[in-house]
Design a protein around this ligand. Structure first.
Ligand SMILES: C[S@@+](CC[C@H](N)C(=O)[O-])C[C@H]1O[C@@H](n2cnc3c(N)ncnc32)[C@H](O)[C@@H]1O
Length: 254
């Protein structure tokens, strides 16, 4: 009997460990656990993910540039930038003349991003900021586009974080985010497409569209209702000054 209890207990503990740490990456333990785990795994992140750069260029960079055309110099905020996937993709596209602020709460993920930005000499296109998605220290309506890839479900309150992203987006600005397809193991964190559509509409977004992307994620594209003139990358210095934030790297266009 004792053995049976021990085996069942060990099985339960192993399941809990898998669910809380591996499958849901600490999200039910709090922000400290999520960020701590990303700090811990930062050195392996790119190797594990094995991003398909060609697919990313076709399915992320090109559609963003098409959405903002004829301008090619948007000021973009990438929330949960990780090791700099989106900023680097934009900078590697020869047609991009804008600037991306990559923001993340994990210092070690940002450090990996910083090394790549420096190695590829992209400081004119990319600034990296240590910060939290749920409290963006930027003025209202200052970005032409806000992106947030594979991150929403890891935030303590995805709706509040989305509201923050939309607050800093200019009217008519572009939002690109993602929803995790498999919702089984992350109750209350991952949203269906209809829930995402409802949430975004309630937060003042229109032209909400979904696109097939990767095995685990679909893309969500939307525009902030209204219209306003483009902010452009030239407003970077003023926005950083107003928000009192000092990037880890970048700003060399100033
Ligand atoms: C799955 S990674 C996605 C990284 C990148 N967007 C990509 O597509 O490769 C999730 C990122 O969200 C960041 N993150 C988690 N919680 C955060 C928070 N509260 N504020 C800002 N970033 C956070 C993590 O540190 C991690 O870099």
């Amino acid at each position: 009997m004792m053995w049976l209890i021990l085996i069942v207990g060990a099985g339960l503990a192993a399941f809990l460990f898998w669910w809380l740490i591996i499958e849901t990456e600490g999200v039910y333990l709090g922000r400290w656990a999520v960020v701590g785990l990303y700090d811990l795994y930062a050195h392996r992140y790119d190797r594990v993910k094995q991003f398909d750069e060609h697919a990313d260029l076709t399915l992320i960079t090109e559609p963003i540039l098409a959405e903002i055309a004829p301008r090619d110099d948007p000021l973009i905020l990438d929330v949960g930038t990780g090791t700099g996937r989106l900023p680097l993709l934009m900078a590697r596209n020869g047609r991009f003349r804008g600037h991306v602020i990559g923001l993340d709460a994990s210092g070690r993920m940002l450090e990996r991003a910083r090394r790549k930005v420096q190695a590829e000499r992209f400081a004119a296109y990319i600034s990296l900021l240590h910060g939290d998605a749920s409290k963006l220290l930027f003025p209202n309506e200052c970005f032409d586009a806000v992106t947030c890839l594979e991150t929403l479900e890891f935030l303590p309150d995805p709706r509040a974080a989305l509201a923050e992203m939309i607050r800093v987006l200019r009217p008519g600005g572009l939002l690109l985010t993602t929803i995790r397809i498999d919702t089984r193991w992350m109750p209350n964190r991952t949203w269906s497409q209809s829930r995402m559509r409802r949430e975004l509409a309630a937060l003042g977004m229109d032209k909400i569209d979904f696109a097939v992307w990767q095995e685990d994620y679909n893309q969500v594209w939307a525009k902030k209702a209204g219209d306003s003139s483009a902010r452009g990358a030239d407003s970077l210095q003023e926005i950083l000054r107003q928000s009192g934030q000092v990037p880890i790297t970048g700003m060399s266009r100033i």
